[in-house]
Design a protein around this ligand. Structure first.
Ligand code: SRM
Ligand code: SF4
Length: 570
């Protein structure tokens, strides 16, 4: 019998799970009470993501446990919701204590400016969430098919404009939160909402087809990698004041090796809006994706594919119609860097902040690197706050003149003042978590970054380049959690100790890199890079970045990835 090719494709399994979940409740309450296993059901594990929780297992122990016929070493990862990455010292202390008492015990800063706990046993999730709640923190919508943690430049007190942009980011983050009370009922024991009354006015009962990410940015820094976001707001400053935003749509980096239908894509620029239209335009972008995103295939469900398939002009017309806002022509915006500010910086309000480099955002105590203790001691006396950066670092912000020497003394006592004196390659490096917690990792990432840097730094030094900013990003699989396709040197895991090497991105995040070698060991990657680095030291043009040099002189001309998307006509 011939199958009917015009028949509608079946929905992806997650769509049915969401539809049957009674707004993200599923059977989680019962599942949590089942002490016979450290896991929860497959369906419920899709729903916990909307509550910021992932079921994981320790992959270092998998084989041994299997041989012994035992259950996997299950635990949960929890991601905190933290728009713009701001945490008070009191919140820092709570998170630090919780990591020690109920989780792995390290804290992990992510590439989207928040904290992750790993290794939370099933019975510890609820106490952890409840203690976070007392500190005014939650993990709602930190994962799942919704608007995720909203990114924004981390130091708003540097200027009035940065403060305004931060407030707009917070406002959009609140506006786009799911309205279901499921999180409060399941984790905080709030009373059950009587059946049928509750609604999800913006998302609807099946939320979005896929995750959705927003970033705000203030040129000339492109610290949030705005062109990688589903929705981006580029602040336009005129006469030192915030005139409005260029809105970008359709960025996204995840892909699968060997599947040409999946690809990283940089966002298109829709046009200019004034600040009061941020939320209404955001809602129009989000609901267009809600209604037109592909709900049959999760590998084709991100906004970037909706725009790629239907065209940016169609998308713009949808957004204008839904929002009632007409885009003006995009205004000039110039990006120069993605680098975090390290060391001490003065702010417009008379305070200072200190940018502290934290390799891979991992906060733990190690011989010679007591990051956790040092930051705890700072939190105990700090009267400002902490800001997590898009490059997995932290800034200690709002420091008064009186406090500054005390914080300097703590950093010096633990030797961390020297952290910022490392090579610019290291200061710009990022890696995703990968093994042992990430269920999707094909190779190591965070755990091999120190070794990789240890091999590359002497080569950069011998070429006289230790003081030059070069972006290096490593991931354990092609999902791209450390945004490797926007790095001048990107390593993307394929298999144990096998990486695809990408070169040639623009340092300011405006051009994707291209495949330079499909599968190399770590050692061969370094061998491959050494002559390129040495040539760069000798042959680069004045002011030419490493990525620009590779793009011009090293890579063949047939591009596999494109640069910044089109500007929709006004
Ligand atoms: Fe990610 C899935 C970690 C930023 C693209 N990401 C995962 C999971 C949850 C694995 C899973 O689904 O089972 C990883 C958990 C690892 C662990 O053990 O902690 C994970 N992603 C991370 C973090 C923690 C990386 C880090 O080292 O900091 C980042 C958390 C961000 C946050 O605070 O919200 C993180 N992930 C990103 C980014 C970068 C960004 O958003 O700026 C990307 C690329 C941008 C994008 O979304 O296109 C990214 N993560 C993915 C994807 C691929 C999505 C796609 O469209 O194909 C997956 C897999 C998926 O969704 O199916 C994924
Ligand atoms: Fe896991 Fe892959 Fe993301 Fe790394 S890039 S954290 S391996 S999903």
């Amino acid at each position: 019998m011939n199958s009917d090719s015009s028949a509608p494709k079946p929905l992806a399994a997650n769509e049915n799970i969401k539809a049957a979940s009674h707004l993200l409740r599923g059977t989680l309450v019962a599942d949590l009470q089942d002490t016979s296993t450290g896991a929860i059901s497959e369906d419920n594990s899709q729903l916990t993501k909307f509550h910021g929780l992932y079921l994981q297992d320790d992959r270092d122990l998998r084989n041994a446990l299997k041989k012994e016929g035992k259950e996997k070493a299950f635990s949960f990862m929890l991601r905190v919701r933290l728009p713009g990455g701001v945490a008070s010292p009191a919140q820092w202390l709570v998170l630090d204590t919780l990591a020690g008492e109920l989780a792995s015990p390290s804290l992990r800063l992510t590439t989207r400016q928040t904290f992750q706990f790993h290794g939370i046993l099933k019975g510890n999730v609820k106490p952890l969430v409840q203690t976070m709640h007392q500190a005014l923190l939650d993990s709602i919508a930190a994962c799942g098919d919704v608007n995720r943690n909203v990114m924004a430049p981390p130091n708003p007190e540097q200027s009035a404009v940065l403060a305004q942009v931060y407030n707009d980011a917070r406002s959009w983050s609140e506006f786009a939160l799911p309205k279901t009370r499921a999180y409060h009922e399941i984790w905080l024991d709030d009373e059950l909402v009587a059946g049928g009354e509750e609604q999800e006015p913006m998302y609807g009962p099946t939320y979005l087809p896929r995750k959705f990410k927003t970033g705000f940015v203030v040129p000339p820094s492109n610290d949030v990698d705005v062109f990688s976001q589903d929705l981006g707001y580029i602040a336009i400053l005129e006469g030192g004041k915030l005139a409005g935003y260029n809105v970008t749509v359709g960025g996204g980096l995840g892909m699968s090796h060997g599947n040409a239908e999946t690809f990283p894509r940089l966002a298109d620029v829709l046009g200019f809006i004034t600040p009061e239209h941020v939320n209404v335009v955001g809602q129009a972008v989000l609901t267009t994706q809600r209604d037109h995103g592909d709900r049959t295939n999760r590998k084709h469900a991100r906004l970037k594919y909706t725009i790629e398939d239907r065209g940016i002009e169609w998308f713009k017309a949808q957004v204008e119609e839904r929002s009632g806002v007409k885009f003006g022509p995009a205004r000039a915006a110039h990006f120069t860097t993605i680098e975090d500010p390290h060391g001490w910086h003065e702010c417009a309000d008379g305070t200072s902040f200190y940018g502290l480099h934290i390799l891979s955002g991992r906060i733990k105590d190690e011989a010679g690197w007591p990051m956790k203790t040092a930051l705890r001691e700072i939190a105990e006396i700090h009267t400002g706050d902490f800001r997590l950066t898009p490059s997995q670092n932290v800034t200690i912000s709002g420091v008064t003149a009186e406090q500054k020497p005390k914080i300097e003394a703590i950093l010096a006592k633990h030797g961390l003042h020297k952290e910022n004196e490392r090579s610019r390659l290291r200061l710009n490096a990022m890696s995703c978590v990968a093994l042992p917690t990430c269920g999707l990792a094909l190779s190591e990432s965070e755990r091999i970054l120190p070794k990789l840097l240890g091999m590359l730094e002497p080569i950069f030094a011998s070429a006289g380049l230790s003081g030059d900013a070069v972006s290096l990003r490593v991931t354990g699989c092609p999902n791209g959690c450390a945004r490797p396709y926007l790095a001048e040197i990107g390593l993307v895991g394929r298999a144990p100790n096998k990486y695809a090497l990408y070169l040639g991105a623009k340092y300011n995040g405006e051009r994707l890199n291209r495949l330079a070698a499909p599968s190399l060991t770590l050692e061969d990657t370094v061998k491959h890079l050494e002559p390129v680095i040495l040539r760069y030291g000798k042959e680069r043009h004045a002011g030419e970045g490493f990525g620009d040099f590779c793009d011009r002189a090293i890579l063949p001309a047939d591009a596999t990835f494109h640069s910044v998307g089109t500007v929709a006509t006004a």
